[in-house]
Design a protein around this ligand. Structure first.
Ligand code: ZN
Ligand code: ZN
Length: 374
């Protein structure tokens, strides 16, 4: 594939045509520089088809994707529950929403200065206006113009140079591809101002809950994991949770109060989000406690909340969406030091051709974290 690729990029007279064709699915017979890519044609319908390999322009970089994790947001998109302005269903979005990827640079546009062929990279997935109040404060995740670098469920992806971060040498691709979710957890955790004597309750035993668990254990705070999936709770035990609560068997409120001498949890992370989880969080947080609403709610809902509870108990309720650029670097540095190992939650790996099975395994909860290797 690589030799075909360099041939096509090296031909200047074909360059414009390449650009026009990039990101458009075409038949293999009509074009030589093609790749396999996953397309979601309509909700619930994913196919693998040929697509033109994108051509990097001035400050763009072409990356050979080595691994791409399946995120809950990919599943929501697949099911038609969430849409992205820059990604729509159909033939114009090879690799659709895949953003948890890692890969190797295969070619660079003429003005690229910081990234070289052969570099191992992960994406910083946000592009933003760079000018608004939030962007100026380094909070690009709040920019009204926020878009994502999508398309990791494909053999190749084209990325702006400024959206690439080099992977330290000793990090395996299986860990590196989970830099983005790890960064998102770090962004949530930094809002909770955790101390080592704190007890943190994580509601939701999915991959993000389990990633939070690893990161919080690294801070030496105690972790109570609340969920109701046997396999995931078992993994929470393996990853060092101080207490694991199966909410189908034990009332989480009672169990948390018992474990904290009746105080409740100093911090609560909502790694799933629904009315039940939210009201549980409000019940089991201690006075002076913090709640982070990490997971988005799809569909959204409203709750009634007593202002007096927030007032008299001095509660702090925060939210976190995506991650800041610095969180990506923190995530990689923790992996480099061996302090966290995101791949510990990966239970299934699939080749790109089997992405349908991968999505199925995640949807049916057979997989905790599934990674696709294009
Ligand atoms: Zn993600
Ligand atoms: Zn902005």
């Amino acid at each position: 594939m690589d030799s075909v690729l360099s041939l096509s990029i090296g031909e200047p007279e074909r360059r414009e045509e390449d650009m026009r064709l990039s990101y458009i699915a075409i038949e293999a017979s009509k074009y030589s520089a093609v790749m396999k890519a996953a397309f979601v044609l309509s909700p619930h319908k994913v196919v693998i088809e040929d697509a033109a390999i994108p051509v990097p322009r001035e400050r763009e970089v072409l990356v050979r994707v080595e691994a791409c994790g399946i995120c809950a947001s990919d599943i929501k998109f697949f099911n038609g529950l969430k849409s992205y302005r820059e990604t729509s269903f159909g033939k114009s979005s090879p690799g659709f929403t895949g953003h948890e990827w890692a890969g190797v640079v295969v070619s660079t546009g003429q003005d690229v200065k910081t990234i070289r062929e052969g570099d191992r990279v992960v994406p910083y997935i946000i592009t933003s206006c760079g000018l608004c109040k939030y962007c100026r404060a380094g909070r690009e995740n709040l920019c009204a113009e926020k878009r994502y670098v999508h398309g990791g469920f494909a053999e190749y992806i084209k990325v702006p140079e400024q959206n690439l971060i080099r992977i330290p040498e000793n990090i395996r691709v299986e860990d590196a591809c989970l830099t983005e979710p790890t960064a998102c957890c770090l962004h949530a955790i930094e809002q909770l101002d955790l101390k080592s004597e704190d007890t943190v309750a994580i509601i939701g035993d999915g991959p993000m809950g389990l990633l939070h668990l690893q990161l919080i254990r690294n801070l030496r705070s105690k972790v109570i994991m609340i969920g109701h999936h046997e396999g995931r709770l078992k993994m929470a035990n393996t990853l060092g949770a101080d207490l694991v609560i199966n909410s189908l068997e034990i009332d989480p409120y009672k169990a948390v109060m018992e474990a904290t001498d009746g105080y409740g949890a100093d911090a609560v992370i909502l790694a799933i989000n629904n009315r039940d989880a939210m009201s549980t969080a409000l019940r089991l947080v201690s006075k002076g406690g913090r709640i982070n609403i990490f997971a988005g709610a799809h569909p959204d809902y409203e709750i009634s909340i007593s202002p007096n509870k927030i007032h008299y108990s001095e509660l702090t309720i925060t939210g976190s969406a995506d991650a800041l650029r610095k969180n990506y670097h923190e995530a990689l540095s923790l992996m480099e030091k061996g302090a966290v190992k995101p791949s510990a939650i990966v239970t299934h790996t699939f080749p790109l051709e089997k992405i349908g099975e991968a999505i199925d395994a995640v949807q049916k909860r057979a997989a905790i974290k599934a990674v696709v290797k294009p």
